[in-house]
Ligand binder design. Sequence first.
Ligand SMILES: CC(C)(COP(=O)(O)OP(=O)(O)OC[C@H]1O[C@@H](n2cnc3c(N)ncnc32)[C@H](O)[C@@H]1OP(=O)(O)O)[C@@H](O)C(=O)NCCC(=O)NCCS
Length: 303
Amino acid sequence: MIQSGPVTPPHITDLPIRALTVDDLHRCADLSEDRGWLREDHKWGLLLAAGNGFGVDAPDGRGLAAACVVTRYGNTSAGPDLAAIGMVLVADRYARQGLGRALMTHVCDGVLKGTALTLHATPHGRPLYEELGFATTGRAEMLVGTFQQEGAADTEDAPHIRPAVADDLPRILRLDAEVFGADRTHMITRLPAFADQLLVSEDHGAEGMLTGFAAAWPNMHTHVVGPLIARDTGTAKALITALARGTTRPLRTDVDVRHEELLAWLKQRGLESVAFNAVMTRDIPDLPGDWTRRWAPLTVAAG
Ligand SMILES: CC(C)(COP(=O)(O)OP(=O)(O)OC[C@H]1O[C@@H](n2cnc3c(N)ncnc32)[C@H](O)[C@@H]1OP(=O)(O)O)[C@@H](O)C(=O)NCCC(=O)NCCS
């Protein structure tokens, strides 16, 4: 007679890490909810389609135990120039058992070994990322609130703002690559479908010269303003004012803290500071591109 003793289940960190697809969207949104985040289905949909998700199935059969998403930018034939990591989540019932560390180690030291990395870290994630070699290079302030239009009227020298049309796309991509510092065509070309508004700014009289662009995309009860690319503070303000006219929802945006004038103006216009995230990088001393013209990311989960 064959005697079989109780089978020891594998430790949570020994479970396989698998690629996530758009079919995992609801499981990802459930995981967000499990950690007290918003479900953010629309954002998960974009990230799983344009990026690469990684996750661990929960051994109790209840969805995902952990997940994260990687978005690669730049020359993909020779490897990406930069990759952004976001939506790093471990289900509450599996927290503090090494799973977050195992998933991030797999992604950063395995899948993305040798690639310059960036992420926006919450205070919860930061100690782990520091141990994995990330350093804080900046901060972003998250603002949410209903934008007060009163007193934000156009001035005479305000830039000309209009909805983007198909012909603008090559110029948007050129401007974006210059300011973001890496090609993100696969993300930007999704904006017309993903966002509810996509506006461009151009100089009066300088036909063809784009000075900025901005999108507002739906996220639960808010519209997120991002990306926000603009030549100067006046252009950034004009783009936000025009986007706010197109929605009755509160706005959310995550502004680089170096843009003090814009942050002060947004607070005057009714938005409130709700959180600060650390902008971290690994294998690169700072983010590429031109931060002076980069006001807000598309989403903190993708840079
Ligand atoms: C951050 C998170 C992904 C960590 O996953 P985890 O599996 O619980 O973490 P691990 O068990 O692998 O621990 C790794 C390290 O993270 C840090 N850490 C994890 N949970 C922490 C907590 N609640 N408070 C402070 N530090 C914490 C510690 O440095 C820990 O190392 P230690 O156990 O040796 O002290 C998880 O707590 C989570 O999903 N939090 C909510 C979502 C979030 O904030 N994500 C980060 C987005 S940037």
